[in-house]
Unconditional design. Structure first.
Ligand SMILES: Cc1ncc(COP(=O)(O)O)c(C=O)c1O
Length: 405
């Protein structure tokens, strides 16, 4: 069966050029980067060259790049280390209601440990309000963590301005750029960023490799203790093939970024236009354009369950996702869709397509051929179909679930 992968926000395939760059470091150049012999120095040189490549891509200095195992680890290190190193100055952190769980859960953990978190709301496009950021940051605020681009609805946050507010008010600014690195131009200096998280498997690099940028002079306190790798911040033998792969993938992504974004944007528009031809459908998040990642199309369909759509699309060979719209266990609707003001029922009818380098116009045609029939089928068997008063139903659900923060 034909298989079409439209879930690049979840992960991307490894680029063959990246695989070629990594391969020698699995077996021929297998040394431990901490060893002093030639096997070790060979590995060390590769790690340091990779660090330079990464630093250049985001206009940082090599000493400001720390290799990690990915986005979740980078987010945890950034938030926890800033919090614990600066707790004497204040125990207040500011974050948004649409963060990835890696940030959200880390902030909730800190709340349980005596810190106070302010959760910024967003507008219907998913954008945080700069006035609200300014009001939330006080003399006691040690950290503001707002993501660069949202993984579910693709919203690109005004991080330059958020960073500026943080600078003025003396709070550190961390941004989770897991979805944007390799897709959006990043300049940590111009963007006033103190800490930035990234993960290689989102830009055609290997899984289990990521980096954290920490601006020089930022007070941090290591969480991992051991051999003092990564200048004491993240002990543990370096994942040399992963690091080499991350750097190679980032270099390629940076070179191809603009052209690829333009190509994906055309395909995204085509998908959107076709899908909106289905009645009672809508786009979640900002219009396709500068406020949205070029590859993200998050659609909603009334009277349909997103999870059922994902399964039926999968039967047709199409890989899409509900984002983290609802975990099959809890059936909780996406906190991101709730934050943009979508009622519970509509959250459940949402579906994310995320395009990538391999996506073609033919793929989009194929999806647009399959989608209307799937929606129609599901609507036929849906208890939410036309004629049922959704607003009444919604109240019941609201009553059961209550509002999220
Ligand atoms: C915005 C965002 N942050 C963090 C992560 C976690 O990254 P990783 O899978 O590398 O741990 C993801 C992954 O989906 C993400 O989209």
């Amino acid at each position: 069966m034909k298989r079409i992968y439209l879930d690049h926000a979840a992960t991307t395939p490894l680029d063959e050029r990246v695989l070629n760059a990594m391969q020698p470091f699995f077996w021929q150049k297998f040394g431990n980067a901490s060893s002093v012999h030639s096997f070790g120095t060979e590995a060390r040189e590769a790690v340091e060259k990779s660090r330079e490549t990464v630093a250049k891509a985001i206009n940082a200095r090599p000493e400001e790049i720390y290799f990690t195992s990915g986005g979740t680890e980078s987010d945890n290190i950034a938030i926890l280390e800033i919090a614990y190193a600066n707790r004497e100055r204040g125990k207040h952190i500011v974050t948004s209601k649409i963060e990835h769980h890696a940030v959200e859960e880390t902030c909730k953990f800190l709340e349980k440990d005596g810190f106070m978190a302010s959760w910024l709301g967003v507008d219907k496009e998913g954008l945080v309000d700069l006035g609200e950021v300014g009001n939330a940051v006080t003399g006691k605020t040690i950290l503001v963590s707002v993501m660069h681009a949202n993984n579910e609805i693709g919203t690109i946050e005004p991080i330059v301005e958020i960073g500026k507010i943080c600078r003025e008010k003396g709070a550190f600014f961390h941004t989770d750029a897991v979805q944007s690195v390799g897709k959006e131009k990043i300049d940590v200096n111009k963007m006033n960023i103190d800490l930035l998280s990234s993960s290689a498997h989102k830009f055609y690099g290997p899984k289990g490799a990521g980096f954290l940028f920490v601006k020089e002079g930022t007070e941090i306190q290591p969480l991992m203790h051991g051999g003092g790798h990564e200048r004491g911040l993240r002990s543990g033998t370096e994942n040399v093939p992963g690091i080499v792969g991350l750097a190679a993938a980032l270099e390629i992504a940076e070179k191809e970024r603009e052209k690829e974004n333009a190509r994906e944007r055309i395909l995204a528009k085509k998908l959107l236009k076709g899908a909106l031809g289905i009645e009672n459908s809508w786009l979640n998040g900002p219009a396709i354009g500068p406020k949205r990642l070029s590859n993200n199309v998050n659609l909603g369909f009334d009277f349909v369950e997103g999870e059922s759509m994902v399964l039926m699309l999968s039967d047709k060979g199409i890989a899409a996702s509900t984002g983290s719209a609802c975990s099959s266990k809890s059936l909780e609707p996406s906190h991101v869709l709730r934050a943009i003001g979508l009622p519970h029922v509509k959250c459940h009818g949402s579906l994310r397509f995320s395009l990538g380098r391999g996506t073609t116009a033919k793929d989009i045609d194929y999806v647009l051929g399959a989608l209307p029939r799937i929606v129609e089928k599901l609507r036929k068997i849906s208890p939410l179909r036309k004629g049922v008063d959704i607003s009444e139903f919604e109240e019941d659900i609201e009553h059961v679930h209550g509002h999220e923060h």
